[in-house]
Unconditional design. Structure first.
Length: 108
């Protein structure tokens, strides 16, 4: 596991990691992949085209935890965010504390 593929958040049997080689953040519940966010980084921006939580894990707030982790990591890395999926767009519209990260306007 390299520096970018570390496991930075583990609590409540939930682990979120940046799997940089695959271009995605992964959320595990125990040892099961429960959700992911795909991304591309180019010219100081992180484009986020897809977010997914497996149906059996929906309704537990895991998508929001994953979105928060991704946005906090983008901030830490000094990246702008280009939301391209409805889930991240909606999350950003509901969480103005991340507005400074957005490249372009997000409609709520």
């Amino acid at each position: 596991m390299n520096e970018r593929d570390r496991l930075p958040e583990t609590r409540d049997d939930v682990t979120i990691r940046d799997h940089a080689k695959a271009g995605r953040y992964e959320l595990f519940v125990g040892d099961q992949l429960a959700g992911l966010v795909r991304y591309r980084i180019e010219d100081g921006s992180m484009a986020i085209p897809h977010t997914e939580v497996r149906p059996e894990y929906e309704g537990r707030g895991l998508g929001s935890r994953l979105a928060r982790f991704v946005l906090d990591d983008a901030r830490r890395r000094g990246l702008r965010v280009v939301p391209q999926c409805p889930f991240i767009e909606t999350y950003l519209a509901r969480h103005p504390e991340y507005a400074d990260l957005v490249d372009g306007q997000v409609d709520g």
